[in-house]
Structures are given as structure tokens and as C-alpha cells.
Design a protein around this ligand. Structure first.
Ligand code: ATP
Ligand code: MG
Length: 569
């Protein structure tokens, strides 16, 4: 490839719409251009990176015995109605109609499609276990598409699906995929961590996410340095905090004028913060939900949604609170009619004694509230959000927090789709049994962004060799010097013949401009052909990652030496 012909328009300015470094650098280095919100044109450099990531994924999927297929992007509504998700998938789903008025969607994921495919052709226990995957564009009308490829509305995903006889079979398939994911992200050169995950709207239980560690990551994880526990904060369990036992005191209503928050109340009443309980109110498809946690704890929305079995929670409106007999800022669990609101109390609150909470009346709080004596919740559960330094749920050591980019997720679906969609097989005894399914996603385009987040410096991108768009750039310092240019051209050809992915900067530009672009694009090695090459038969090799410059004698075997350098990077 010659730079003069390459569609890689670099920009000197940082584009204003790009907030994070990977988005900025991939625009500046000419990897991609925006087509619409959350949709991008991949230019040749990006496409080469994506193909390399895809190939790593493909090799490792094939290694697990999974078979590559390709399903349509446009999916009929009927299969989604059968699984029950047409109604609940929500606004993230792009929906469309054909000329006959029939409903379709652009695939946000393919569980329905693959279940429909497999149930038609797989009927015998002899055909199982079975594993298929595809690499394809997915569409999700994300509420906030942002950060370039990180959260797009159209993005590239690898999705795999396994079908087994039973739960033990599913465990084996799941483990196989988990191990393949470790190999994939390692080969892509990412710094990552597998974490326990909530299985979210897709359903089922038993899931891990693979998090590329990065400050810009949208996900928060906790991990323990003593044992191997690591989890998404959405999922991380918490043990009940037991209070010191106290005798129950009679409840007392107190005026708390001008106290806007529970913290104001604690200051005003001179109460320790652990002796008070705060509330968060949500509206859901099942009505108003009032959640209560200890004042120094935070509510975990995902745990709340899972407790009551809903997909989505929104902040409750004041009018809803009023119709349930309470008011914002003064909510408490005592005296709420459980026909008007679902009351969820965190397990640790149930261990508290004589605590303070809102009196469901403007300007008043209750003192000496005791669970069971004063209120019975609809649900008691762990609904707390884990915080840094909370005890590890496995070993008790203080956990640490980090931010991550979710680059992949593995799920055990069990029979969530096979039961309603009737994906059954006949066992040895001719009895019908539901298939046990797993699904496994990888964000191909998100990996590219995550890699740039982890590998960059002030000058640009630093690609790991395994996924770099090209491996080597050959730069003649002066293209108008005929003998120098001829030598450079020859080196370019020799490297190319040796199977190295090489680009030749044949532009009539100053060396400074060429090196700036080279650093911005992030070629792992830059071979400089200059006066030393002509006079001393030496090549200058710049290593992008370390900034090191080494000299190489331009004689037999120099191509092998460049290959060795690439291997060592
Ligand atoms: P997120 O929580 O980030 O929205 P998700 O859990 O909804 O992701 P999955 O359904 O697990 O995503 O999809 C599999 C993989 O596809 C994810 O692990 C992620 O790498 C990638 N992915 C999901 N949504 C997007 C998106 N909007 N843009 C780019 N990649 C995405
Ligand atoms: Mg996910």
C-alpha cells in the first residue's frame, strides 16, 4: 500500500464532538467518519483492524467446535412475539414494516432467530451438543449513542449460541466459551478481567462479562486482591450488616423543619448516619416501588428490578408519591398501604434498631422505628450497591473498584427461549426435552475502541501488532532523491514479498510530517530510509511502543530481523 493512494485522511485538530481519546484518535488518524448518530463509515485502516480482530475471534470460535453461519439482519416480529420479547424490548429496538404492513425489526441480538433456525432442523439427541456463531452488524437504538465505536447504534458483534441436552452439557459449553474469550482478549492485546455479571433483560442466570480496564469505561467493577472475586457492581452481592442489638423504644414523630435531605435531618437531630434510613422511589410496569436502604448505603437499581421482575425502572413522579400517601423527602416504610406501592427493604435495614426515617408527612420524621414491629415490607432483599472498601462477599477483604469497557459477555440461558419457542429434541428414550442454551457476545468494533483507549500516547495510537492495520511503514526521508527513493521502494517490495504487511510513504512531504502521521496512525514499526542507508548501508527502525530507535544493517537477513522485532513487540 502506498500512502499517496491510501484513504486515510488525517486531521490536525481534535474534532469537537469526540469526548474520549479513542474516538478522537480514530477520527484524527483517518480510521472512520461519522455517517449519523452512532453510525460510522469504517475507512480502510479501521476495516483492516476489524478484520484482524474478527479473524482472531473466528479462529478461537472454530477451535471450540462452533460453526460459522450468517443469519439475516432483518427479523420478523412473529419470532419475537413467540419468545415474549416483542413487547418488552423497548425503544432500543429499531422496528420497521414491509410493503405489506408486516412488522420487522433490525436484529439487536439473535436468540429468537437462532432458536427458530435450530428447532426446525435439530430433533435428535444425536445432533447435540451444537454450537453456531456469526459475525455481523447489530442495531440498537441506544438512548445515548456516544464515544464513537464504544456505544454505537450500528456496531459489529460476534454472537454465538450453544445447544445442549441438559444443564451439565450447558456448563461444559459455557466453560469452553469462557476459555475461548480469555484467549481472544489476550491475543487482541487487551488488559482485561472477567467479572460476574447480571444477566439483565436477556434473562437466565449465570453470566460473566469481560471488562477491558479503562478510566473511560462506562461499567464499574469491584475486585478482591486476596481471593479471585470480581464482579460488575450491578451484580456484586453484599452480606447483611448486622446491628448491635438494642431494646425497642416507642416510636416518636419529630418535626424536622428546613431539612432538605436525610443528611440535614441527621445533623439536625444529632443522629449518626448509620441510624437512619433513606428512600428511593421508582415507577415501574408493576406500579410505584419504594426502596429503603441505610442512609450511608446506595440503592442498586438492577437488584431492585430483578427483585420485582421488571425490565425498566424510572424515577417516580411526585404525584405518584402523593397517591400512595407519602411525599418526596419524607418517605418512610411505616404506614404505607402495600396496595398502593411495592415496598422493598434492604436486608441490612431489617437488622437495624430504633432508626430514623421519613414520616410520610411534609416536615416530619419518625424516630425509634423497628422492622417487623412497625412495618412489614413486600420484599426484603440485598438491594445495595457495593462500594469501594466494602467487604468481599467471598473472603471479607476490602474490595477495590475499577472502571471497565464491556468487550464481551457469556450467558447461560437455560431454557428461557427453548421452552416458549418449543426448541425440543427427542432423547434416547424418545422423550421430548427442551434444549439448554447459552449465548455469547463479543463487541468486535468495541474491541477496536477499547484497544485505542489502552494503547495511546500524546502522539497517537500504539497498535498491538496482532491487530495493527499494517505492521511496518517504510519512510524515505526525501522522495525526490532518486537513489534514496529507489532503495526505499526496493525495501518496501522485499518486505511485502516476505509477507509483512507494509505501507510505503511515497508522498512528497517533509520527514517531520510523515513521522507525525506515522505516530498518529500507530504503525508498530517505522523503517526510515535516509542518508545513513545510502552512505553506511544502515536502516533506522523506530519502535512505536517504546520510542526506541535501533539501527539495522541492510544486508541479507534484515527482513528476518524485522520479523523477529515484530514478534517481540
Ligand atoms: P452494554 O451494557 O454496554 O450496553 P450489553 O450488555 O447490552 O452492552 P450485550 O447484549 O451483552 O451488550 O452484547 C454483546 C457485546 O456487544 C457487548 O459485550 C459489547 O461488547 C457489544 N455491544 C453492545 N452494545 C454495543 C453498542 N451499542 N456499541 C458497540 N458495541 C456494543
Ligand atoms: Mg452485556
Amino acid at each position: 500500500m502506498r500512502v499517496s493512494k491510501m484513504l486515510a485522511p488525517t486531521l490536525r485538530e481534535v474534532p469537537s464532538e469526540a469526548e474520549i481519546i479513542s474516538h478522537q484518535l480514530m477520527l484524527r488518524a483517518g480510521f472512520m467518519r461519522k455517517a449519523a448518530g452512532g453510525m460510522y463509515n469504517y475507512l480502510p485502516l479501521a476495516w483492516r483492524v476489524l478484520k484482524k480482530i474478527e479473524n482472531i475471534v473466528r479462529e478461537e470460535m472454530n477451535r471450540t467446535g462452533s460453526q460459522e453461519i450468517l443469519m439475516p439482519i432483518v427479523q420478523p416480529a412473529e419470532i419475537w412475539q413467540e419468545s415474549g420479547r416483542w413487547g418488552v424490548y423497548g425503544e432500543e429496538m429499531f422496528r420497521l414494516k414491509d410493503r405489506h404492513g408486516h412488522d420487522f425489526c433490525l436484529g439487536p441480538t439473535h436468540e429468537e432467530m437462532v432458536t427458530n433456525l435450530i428447532r426446525g432442523d435439530v430433533r435428535s439427541y444425536r445432533q447435540l451438543p451444537l454450537s453456531v456463531y456469526q459475525i455481523q452488524d447489530k442495531f440498537r437504538d441506544e438512548r445515548r449513542p456516544r464515544f464513537g465505536l464504544m456505544r454505537g447504534r450500528e456496531f459489529i458483534m460476534k454472537d454465538a449460541y450453544t445447544f445442549d441436552h441438559d444443564e451439565e452439557g450447558l456448563d461444559v459449553s459455557y466453560r469452553g466459551m469462557y476459555d475461548a474469550y480469555i484467549r481472544i482478549f489476550t491475543r487482541c492485546g487487551l488488559t482485561f478481567r472477567p467479572v460476574e455479571a447480571d444477566s439483565g433483560a436477556i434473562g437466565g442466570s449465570g453470566s460473566h462479562e469481560f471488562m477491558a480496564i479503562a478510566e473511560s469505561g462506562e461499567a464499574e467493577i469491584v475486585y478482591c486482591n486476596k481471593c479471585s472475586y470480581a464482579a460488575n457492581v450491578e451484580k456484586a452481592e453484599l452480606h447483611v450488616v448486622a446491628d448491635v442489638k438494642e431494646d425497642m423504644l416507642p416510636p416518636k414523630e419529630v418535626a424536622t423543619p428546613d431539612c432538605k435531605t436525610i443528611y440535614d435531618v441527621c445533623t439536625y437531630l444529632k443522629l449518626p448516619i448509620e441510624k437512619s434510613v433513606k428512600a428511593v422511589a421508582f415507577s415501574s410496569e408493576k406500579g410505584l416501588v419504594l426502596c429503603f436502604v441505610r442512609c450511608d448505603h446506595e440503592v442498586n437499581e438492577i437488584k431492585v428490578a430483578n427483585t420485582i421482575g421488571v425490565n425498566e425502572l424510572k424515577m417516580a413522579e411526585e404525584s405518584m408519591l402523593e397517591s400512595a400517601g407519602t411525599t418526596g423527602g419524607y418517605m418512610g416504610p411505616v404506614g404505607i398501604d402495600d396496595n398502593k406501592a411495592i415496598i422493598i427493604v434492604d436486608s441490612s435495614v431489617m437488622q437495624m434498631h430504633n432508626f430514623c426515617c421519613g414520616a410520610n408527612k411534609e416536615g416530619f420524621h419518625l424516630l425509634n422505628v423497628n422492622p417487623k414491629r412497625d412495618f412489614i415490607p413486600t420484599y426484603v432483599n440485598d438491594i445495595r450497591m457495593i462500594q469501594e472498601w466494602d467487604p468481599c462477599p467471598r473472603c471479607g477483604e476490602a474490595v477495590r473498584k475499577a472502571r471497565g469497557i464491556e468487550v464481551g459477555q457469556v450467558f447461560k440461558l437455560f431454557t428461557k427461549y427453548s421452552e416458549p419457542m418449543h426448541a425440543f429434541y427427542l432423547n434416547e428414550n424418545g422423550k421430548e426435552k427442551p434444549m439448554y442454551m447459552g449465548c455469547y457476545g463479543i463487541g468486535i468494533s468495541r474491541i477496536m475502541a477499547a484497544s485505542v483507549e489502552q494503547n495511546n500516547d500524546k502522539d497517537g495510537i500504539i497498535w498491538p501488532v496482532a491487530i495493527a492495520p499494517f505492521e511496518v511503514l517504510v519512510v524515505p526521508v526525501n522522495i525526490n532523491d532518486k537513489s534514496l527513493a529507489a532503495k526505499a521502494e526496493k525495501i518496501y517490495e522485499q518486505l511485502q514479498k516476505a509477507g509483512i504487511e507494509v505501507v510505503y510513504d511515497d508522498r512528497d512531504e517533509r520527514p517531520g510530517v510523515k513521522f507525525k502521521d506515522a505516530d498518529l496512525i500507530g504503525y508498530p514499526l517505522c523503517v526510515v530510509v535516509g542518508t545513513k542507508t545510502i552512505n553506511e548501508n544502515k536502516l533506522e527502525i523506530k519502535i512505536r511502543k517504546s520510542g526506541e530507535i535501533c539501527m539495522l544493517a541492510l544486508e541479507d537477513g534484515y527482513v528476518e530481523e524485522i520479523k523477529t522485532l515484530l514478534k517481540e513487540l
